[in-house]
Ligand binder design. Structure first.
Ligand code: ASP
Length: 311
């Protein structure tokens, strides 16, 4: 019998207050989520793999300037864009990750290439760009990544020592690390995460998103997870792997393990954010401890949701 197949995506969690967003904006976010969801789901429906589905969904979100990944990434203290991404598949535990890269339109595809074509898991900075060039990636000019709202967010912080998570309480703040998790017809699961990180970040700051086990993880025995939130806390909490461990060693269900980590463990060290997760039976969980999380999911048993706030 064929497995239930499913996909979940996110576009970041944070202080998303109803009423702070115009109906028009809300619709734009929901449409963007819907198209990434549909494209990813179609890969699964047509018999494709979970790894292809999550890469596809994340590429669509990276190409949309509404989200803090690829086009529309936040500005660093130097006025550049430094992007991070990771991808992992749960059958053989293969993974690829990239950090501190500039000029690559789709960092998630570079992470995928690192997984498929190199002997390594994690490449960063100039070396990662060298690998990208050898593997046929072209470099986009800075103007490709420019987004006016992100630029204004940076102007507020420029020259100061402050950096800002996309999850700040600031009015009009945009959230937007993106991610996808999927379970295919064959019971294989995968996770992908991509981000521009934090506005005004410096010193080569890297968050949880490209770190296997922190912001991204997949293992057929347990779950596939993509996180969004205050990266420093998600690194310290080894969040994605923690969910997997609770399932593997404590026998918890996907839902129980996700809730334990997001609503208890990460909160207890001061971390805010959320995650999306699937298991190899196609179950989905999308908990968050912030006011909202851009999220959507669809499964072959008829579930389909596109949500922003707590319901
Ligand atoms: N977790 C990301 C980071 O710390 C930010 C986010 O989720 O928006 O880089």
């Amino acid at each position: 019998m064929k497995n239930t197949f499913s996909i979940a995506i996110h576009g970041g969690a944070g202080t998303l207050l109803k009423g702070q967003m115009t109906q028009e904006k809300e619709l734009a976010y929901k449409n963007a989520l819907q198209s990434a969801l549909t494209e990813g789901y179609d890969v699964l429906k047509n018999g494709g793999s979970s790894i292809d589905a999550v890469e596809k969904a994340v590429i669509i979100l990276e190409n949309c300037p509404l989200f803090n990944a690829g086009k529309g990434s936040v500005f660093t203290a130097e006025g550049t864009h430094e992007m991070d991404a990771a991808i992992m598949e749960g059958n053989k535990l293969q993974a690829g990750a990239v950090s501190l890269i500039t000029g690559i339109a789709n960092p998630i595809s570079l992470a995928r290439n690192i997984m498929d074509k190199s002997e390594h898991v994690f490449l960063a900075g100039d070396g990662a760009l060298e690998f990208a060039k050898i593997n046929g990636f072209s470099l986009e000019p800075a103007s490709y990544f420019y987004d006016e709202l992100r630029y204004n967010q940076w102007q507020d912080l420029k020259g100061s020592d402050n950096f800002q998570l996309d999850h700040s309480v600031k009015k009009d703040s945009k959230f937007g690390t993106v991610g996808a998790v999927a379970c295919d017809k064959y019971g294989n699961i995968a996770a992908a995460t991509s981000t521009g990180g934090m506005t005004n970040k410096k010193w080569g700051r890297v968050g949880d998103s490209p770190m296997i086990g922190a912001g991204n993880y997949a293992n057929n025995k347990t779950c596939a997870v993509s996180c969004t939130g205050s990266g420093e806390f998600f690194i310290r909490g080894v969040v994605a792997y923690d969910v997997s461990c609770l399932m593997e060693y404590k026998g918890m269900s996907l839902e129980a393990a996700c809730n334990e980590v997001i609503n208890k463990r990460i909160l207890s060290i001061g971390g805010d954010g959320g995650l999306i997760a699937v298991d190899a039976k196609g179950n989905i969980s999308m908990p968050f401890n912030t006011e909202g999380m851009y999220r959507a999911c669809k499964s072959s048993i008829g579930i389909e949701e596109v949500l922003i706030y707590e319901n």
